[in-house]
Design a protein around this ligand. Sequence first.
Ligand code: P6P
Length: 334
Amino acid sequence: MATPQFEEGTTLDRFLMDTMRDYPHATGQFVNLMQSISLAGKLIAARVNRAGLLGMLGAVGSTNVHGEYVQRLDLYANEAFKHALEHGGHTCMIVSEEEGGPVLVPSRYRSGEYVVTFDPLDGSSNIDCNITIGSIFCIFRRLTPEGEPAELRDACRAGDEIVASGYLIFGSGTLLVLATEAGVFGFTLDPTVGEFFLSHPNLKIPKGSTYSVNEGHARRWSSGVASYVEALKERSEPWKARYVGSLVADVHRTLLKGGIFLYPATTDAPQGKLRLLYEAFPLAYVIERAGGAATDGERRLLDRSAGDIHDRTPLFIGDADEVARATRENTAAS
Ligand code: P6P
């Protein structure tokens, strides 16, 4: 009887080590950084999946720096990312939606070459309804020399300085999506072995016919956005509406199925709602690497720079032709 071949998948670690061979000057810090993000993802997934049993649902009663009610899982996710990133010797500073300012890696740990910005748990208002949520991360190389304390300019960065980005999506399964200059790759967590395995090699956004926007805000959009969305419904093949209200879920579906996601500026929020540095930038980098596009309703999103770590932005993201059309109509109406 032939020896059964052991069919093992490609783990995230193996993928990173294999990819590292293409970078002879790589120090291994990026691989270690992604392993730390993977650990944070596993810890959060374990809590999210059992939140109802651990008394981890609901709000803690306090609000964060933005005046938003903080969910128990928000706090847990933030601590999971911070502890995972500060020990690894690859990061010098972190920026989190849940922190007022940039946080230096404590001096008792080695300070590394990367700055990581993240939304530890996005869509947390959906947690109690068991709706898909996610974590979003963005990786930059520090500007200041290693060995010295990182500075604010290491955190307030341009979109085109992104080294890599991605997100974790906690839904029917747990998926880690990573975008680098090599492309976009998805890794599915096998909770029985606690490993992420390559499940979506080299993702590219297809042509689709799904639009994703909260039409409850329609009266406060520009006339250009309003006419673009109405026209989608009049196309020969009318587009379908899908809106989870959880940014990672809506953008991930757009990446896999095509179409467009919009969170436009409104008359009461002209700067938009979503965060530039740790929500829109990382997702824009993913979608561009997958052959799509992202703008702020006026210009390419990654052409922008963060003036403040908590800057907000409108977001038009998805199929490049549709994003260009929606952006054109939005600016024509302005
Ligand atoms: P709205 C969730 O609170 C979030 O920050 C994103 O995940 C999501 O895309 C957006 O807000 C939903 O906002 O105004 O449609 O409820």
